[in-house]
Write a protein that binds this ligand. Structure first.
Ligand code: M6R
Length: 592
């Protein structure tokens, strides 16, 4: 959720931390702060809102420190306020801490620290005070830090500084921290995106590990305090130039993403070529957009691979132990690979056959599961998911054909034909995106409406859910995604000229039924906007606005969702909304 950045080296820490926090701002952007170690003193600067404001505040200080920790916050415990903004310090202002995650036992810990003065409502603030309590007992910094983190329960990534050392202490439990070291400088971040562009070899801090970094050394310890040799990983980085809005840029990247997802899924299946042996049932899980992709995956698995499939919100899975049967393959979908509900659900599964489909190499989820596909979307910065959804669909689609081939429902060579078809889809999408300006006019005509229905049937029903989510989070309008047939069972009562109704009606076996539903809406005075396949003329007589998209059989969700991504974008820009960072949201939801 929150972003953490630490630096110790020879450069001005202010510049390094601000640059890193800007790259991490999508993780949380309620408030932000930094703590410098400066001539044996700590200097904490905080602000509500954007990193840019923090940058301006720091700029005027002319700070020469070369060791600092920074944080960008997504509020969990306590409102958005300066007091609740990280870094948090102890009573003597000698220890400062930034934290991502939740300290579950913070109330208990706080009760023990009776003689300490707390200034915030956060769980984080107990950490510097707890460390301080051990210093008061005569422990040195290292022992005090270790003793404190051993006492903390929950999920967290922590970075701490002491006024008397140019070092950064860190600890990680069920969260993420990454270290990068180059000539006489060391970086610590909660997400690889926060690293400088030249960082390619990194150290991943594993669950339960903690340590200390200085400009020329990394000391890593396991949860028992035993020193460990850090393992170095190579980071695959494809960070491209910054556009005005990541959201649009990521929508436009989708044709390329389709190709990377094909490559990654095929690569995975080449290695794990027996993964579906003996699998009788698929259980898919995820949250938000990943959950919607899972619903489409169910459709693929059942239609193409004829395999019984079930989808459950990750947050609900814990209450359904009956779903974890033998011979069930669990597929956990998560762009970030850090979503707390999804990670928690996976942890509860005794089932050994778990496949994670995630976008972040080395993410928590990918480290928990025996099988993993990197979906290949590349860094997704905008809080609202776009290209990761498309990548998930491609992975699931190919997997369904693979199962079908293993069940002799089609030949393995037919998968090649399918791949050619997906590549064609990528080209068609590229062309469609070139015509995106036409959707701007449609968005303009919708700008005064605040309520929408988005209807679909079959595979288009989950697309309607995803489309409604995009409208809500990016364009700040209420949109309800529904199965088109359900309208007459109640929601029809809300139809009037003030409630535009989108119909996702590709040319498939639900098309005729959709025509009937469109008539029902029209006869009640509703404005109908149809998203349908190119070449379908019958709809022209009954829908006021039509968006024609390429025909793509089972891959129709790709073409059906893109107009909604673009419409939500154009609406948000028109209304001057923060497209990449909608209010109250965070890119990575690391709380349950
Ligand atoms: O990283 P994940 O895919 O696990 O994230 C799940 C949801 O939090 C995420 O899809 C969220 O709903 C997005 N804001 C949707 O655009």
């Amino acid at each position: 959720m929150c972003g953490i950045a630490g630096y110790t080296g020879k450069k001005l820490a202010a510049q390094v931390i601000i640059a890193a926090l800007k790259k991490l701002e999508h993780r949380g952007y309620d408030s932000c702060g930094v703590c410098f170690v400066n001539e044996k003193k700590l200097q904490v600067i905080k602000t509500i809102g954007k990193i840019h404001t923090l940058e301006q505040k720091i700029h005027s200080l002319n700070n020469k420190s070369t060791t600092a920790i920074g944080h960008t916050r997504w509020a969990t415990h306590g409102k958005v306020s300066i007091e609740n903004t990280h870094p948090h310090t102890d009573c003597t202002n000698r220890i400062a801490v930034v934290h991502n995650g939740i300290i579950e036992n913070f109330r208990e810990v706080k009760r023990l620290l009776t003689n300490h003065k707390f200034c915030s409502e956060t769980d984080t603030e107990v950490i510097p005070h707890l460390i301080e309590s051990y210093i008061e007992q005569g422990k040195n910094n290292k022992d005090a830090f270790f003793m404190a983190i051993q006492q903390l329960k929950g999920s967290f990534a922590i970075a701490a500084v002491f006024s008397d050392e140019d070092k950064i202490y860190f600890s990680q439990k069920h969260s993420s921290l990454i270290i990068y070291r180059s000539n006489n400088e060391t970086y610590l971040v909660s997400d690889p995106l926060g690293l400088p562009d030249q960082a390619t070899t990194i150290i991943q801090v594993n669950d339960g590990e903690w340590g200390i970094i200085s400009s020329d050394e990394i000391c890593l310890f396991d949860s028992n305090g035993k020193e460990k040799k850090p393992e170095v990983f190579t980071l695959n980085r494809e960070i491209s130039n910054l556009p005005d809005h990541f959201f649009l840029k990521e929508i436009l990247q989708q044709p390329q993403v389709i190709l990377s997802s094909i490559r990654n899924t095929i690569f995975f299946l080449d290695i794990e070529n027996r993964i579906f042996n003996g699998v009788e049932k698929i259980l898919l899980t995820g949250c938000g957009t990943s959950y919607h992709a899972a619903l489409i995956g169910k459709y693929y698995f059942e239609k193409i691979a004829r395999i019984d499939s079930h989808v459950e919100y990750a947050s609900e899975l814990a209450h359904h132990p009956e779903l974890f049967q033998r011979n069930t393959m669990v597929i956990a979908l998560s762009q970030s690979g850090e979503t707390r509900d999804t990670v928690a659900a996976v942890k509860k599964m005794a089932n050994k056959k778990i496949l994670a489909i995630t976008n972040v190499e080395g993410s928590l989820l990918s480290r928990l599961t025996p099988y993993k596909i990197l979906m290949g979307a590349g860094p997704e910065i905008s809080v609202a998911a776009t290209k990761s959804f498309i990548a998930q669909l491609i992975c699931l689609y190919i997997l369904s054909f693979r199962i079908a081939a293993e069940k002799n429902l089609l030949s393995f060579s037919e998968i090649d034909r399918i791949i050619v078809n997906i590549v064609r889809t990528s080209h068609l999408l590229e062309k469609f995106l070139q015509r995106r300006e036409s959707l701007k006019n449609l968005a303009e005509s919708l700008v005064d409406f605040n309520n929408f229905f988005i209807l679909g049937r079959g595979v288009s029903y989950p697309v309607a859910l995803e489309a409604a989510l995009k409208f809500k989070e990016v364009a700040y309008v209420h949109a309800e995604g529904l199965c088109a047939a359900e309208m007459k069972h109640g929601p029809l009562a809300l139809i009037s000229e003030n409630t535009p109704v989108f119909f996702i009606a590709p040319e498939d076996n639900t098309f005729d039924k959709n025509l009937n539903n469109i008539e029902e809406i029209k006869s009640r005075g509703g404005r109908v906007i149809a998203i349908t396949s190119e070449g379908i003329n019958s709809i022209e007589k009954i829908a006021k606005d039509i968006v024609f998209v390429p025909f793509a059989e089972d891959l129709s969700p790709i073409f059906s969702i893109v107009p909604f991504q673009l419409l939500s974008y154009f609406l948000a820009v028109r209304k001057n909304l923060p497209v990449d960072r909608p209010r109250n949201l965070a890119k990575t939801v690391t709380v349950e």
